[in-house]
Design a protein around this ligand. Structure first.
Ligand SMILES: [Zn+2]
Ligand SMILES: [Zn+2]
Ligand SMILES: [Zn+2]
Length: 143
């Protein structure tokens, strides 16, 4: 009942659940990898032929703003992938070769060190971090 749990969370945040939003979340749950907006669009289009790519972008961005979806930049690919993020912020290991993104299960950022670096004038409300490199599969293939 992942979907219902997420819908519940959206409602708690005072967010209206439109059929498109529901479809976007359901679609994100369908993928075993992190999809691009276009892949989400194609997935939803299969069952909702009337949906537009703009609508998908708008809804994805809105879900990112609410904090229920993460967008991950893939370096050098000029494309973002999306993942559901129900349990707050975390970081990713992004493969420069195949674009695969893996979630880190803890935050390696030292919040206090960050505040020192930012200076006392700046109030930190959040951060994002993506770690680039080569995944296990690509590392062996590149040898
Ligand atoms: Zn890779
Ligand atoms: Zn993640
Ligand atoms: Zn963090």
């Amino acid at each position: 009942m992942q979907l219902e749990k997420i819908i519940q969370k959206l409602k708690e945040k005072g967010c209206k659940i439109t059929p498109q939003r529901r479809a976007v979340i359901q679609s994100l749950l369908n993928f075993s990898k992190f999809p691009t907006a276009l892949e989400v669009f194609n997935d939803i289009k299969a069952t909702n032929p009337d949906v537009g790519l703009d609508t998908i972008y708008r809804n994805l961005n809105l879900l990112v703003e609410i904090g229920i979806v993460n967008s991950i930049n893939l370096p050098g690919k000029d494309v973002k992938v999306f993942e559901l993020s129900i349990d707050g912020h975390h970081h990713h290991l992004v493969c420069l070769n195949c674009g695969q993104a893996d979630c880190l299960d803890y935050c390696p950022i030292d919040e206090q060190g960050l505040q020192t670096a930012a200076g006392s004038e700046f109030q930190i409300t959040g951060h994002s971090l993506e770690i680039y490199g080569y995944c296990h599969k690509c590392k062996s293939a590149l040898k």
